[in-house]
Design a protein around this ligand. Structure first.
Ligand SMILES: Cc1cc2nc3c(=O)[nH]c(=O)nc-3n(C[C@H](O)[C@H](O)[C@H](O)COP(=O)(O)OP(=O)(O)OC[C@H]3O[C@@H](n4cnc5c(N)ncnc54)[C@H](O)[C@@H]3O)c2cc1C
Length: 412
């Protein structure tokens, strides 16, 4: 079968945080860019839309085993999170989240505050008195704990995608929504590759793999030893804010993280998105099913306050997020980014940001790995393009009411 050439400087597979931001940065540099993105008409495939939308300040990662504080990851999260909101002109979250410790760990708490200050978080990190902590945690209040205020809060990730898409489109990028995953196969020589879209074969000069969990299939098809695995991280959507005023609550001793989203997502009372780190590895054949085993979802209920444990009466639902991480030799922390050339293939770059907070940086690093040669910043003719539908509609986070049907099949 003859391959058609996609006449773009860059093709991006995936339109989550990295894909959209790569297109924005590429198009604004004058490059012709095409994004192919699986539709999330029935449910969002993008982890960017299935997460807690917590813009990380780095405070929770200052002390990591084997590193001096503040850790490299915390420095990266701090700098790149700020950069992401500034570069996109998103509102800087001003609310203060809470890190919670068991009482009696004064040394631990002091070291936490000290390291956060070294990270540059200054007076925004401080210990709260117990009344204040009770007032801000609502139904999540626990006796025998101490809360420290941190500058962590949710940000509008759906809004971030819309902004990145609008800027990329204004600079000439194409976004196509496709019904079936794009596939890839090796070409005739050892470095070449071809895309398969709707059964047709295509070549392109450069490719960014920004497909999240979809990257595994793509790399497998190229025969690459990627050592990536996917772990399920279910989130419980509680359709009321239950008196919690803190935008984020992190209790590491319970492995619990709760994000509080305001009423624009779920009027009139907002919602909470709660997760505990479960870490069940999902075989690649079952990724698209997004099923949550009972052993995983029941772990969230075990740490919830008694009042929230009756899920039948509370209208709760689960969504199944998936996190990609690397095992073996090239292992990095699951929160850290991976941006690398896919050897031996010509002009293919893999991007996994670890956290949405690092997505702007991941996109920038990906573009730096290509040689675009000389290209004129002047308007060049738009390439003819007839695949899929334009990706142009509204974008929603998984905890919006729009996705309330998601729980029907999530629990196994
Ligand atoms: C439960 C959970 C909670 C998290 N919480 C946070 C948090 O609070 N803060 C934070 O910063 N980070 C968080 N993360 C991490 C963060 O969500 C991800 O690191 C980030 O969103 C990944 O972005 P991405 O663009 O790489 O992938 P995704 O957002 O997953 O996007 C992948 C895109 O590729 C498309 N796609 C897939 N396969 C194909 C294919 N074959 N062809 C074409 N398109 C394809 C998908 O439709 C999608 O558009 C969380 C992750 C999970 C799972």
């Amino acid at each position: 079968m003859v391959s058609r050439r996609l006449d773009f400087d860059l093709v991006v597979l995936g339109g989550g945080a990295v894909g959209a931001l790569t297109a924005m940065q590429a198009a604004e540099r004058g490059l012709r860019c095409l994004v192919l993105r699986l539709s999330d008409r029935l449910e969002p495939e993008a982890e960017t839309l299935r997460n807690q939308a917590w813009l990380q300040s780095g405070a929770m990662f200052t002390r990591l085993t084997g590193e001096s504080a503040p850790s490299l990851l915390s420095l990266k999260l701090r700098a790149q999170g700020q950069r992401l909101v500034s570069e996109l002109n998103l509102p800087h979250p001003t609310d203060r989240g809470l890190a919670r410790f068991p009482e009696g760990q004064d040394d631990e708490i002091e070291e936490f505050i000290e390291a956060a200050r070294e990270l540059g978080l200054g007076a925004s990190v401080r210990r709260l008195d117990s009344l204040d902590a009770r007032e801000r945690t609502g139904v999540f209040h626990r006796d025998g704990t101490v809360c420290v205020e941190v500058p962590d809060a949710p940000f509008d990730e759906a809004g971030m995608l819309v902004t990145a898409r609008a800027r990329a489109s204004a600079a000439g990028a194409h976004f196509a929504e496709i019904a079936e995953p794009v596939r890839i196969e090796p070409g005739e020589d050892i470095q070449s590759w071809r895309l398969i879209i709707d059964g047709e074969k295509y070549t392109a000069p450069r490719l960014v793999l920004a497909a999240g969990i979809g990257n595994l299939d793509l790399l497998d098809a190229l025969g690459v030893d990627h050592q990536l695995i996917v772990k399920s991280t279910p989130l419980l959507v509680i359709p009321k804010s239950e008196g919690m005023k803190a935008p984020i609550l992190i209790d590491r001793s319970q492995k619990l993280a709760v994000a509080c989203h305001q009423r624009q997502f779920r009027p009139p009372h907002g919602c909470l998105v709660a997760g505990v780190y479960v870490g069940t590895e999902i075989p690649s054949s079952r990724l698209r099913e997004r099923v949550i085993p009972e052993s995983d979802w029941s772990q969230i209920y075990q740490v919830l306050p008694a009042r929230l444990q009756d899920f039948e009466g509370n209208g709760h639902r689960f969504t199944c997020g998936h996190e990609v991480m690397r095992t073996g030799h090239g292992r990095v922390r699951k929160e850290d980014l991976i941006v690398e050339r896919v050897e031996p293939y010509r002009n293919v770059v893999l991007t996994l940001p670890g956290r949405a907070t690092l997505a702007y940086r991941a996109a920038e690093l990906a573009l730096d790995l290509f040689d675009f040669g000389q290209h004129s910043e002047e308007m060049r003719p738009k390439p003819a393009f007839d695949l899929g539908l334009a990706w142009a509609g509204s974008v929603h986070m998984h905890h919006d009411q729009k996705y309330d049907h998601l729980d029907d099949r999530a629990k196994e």
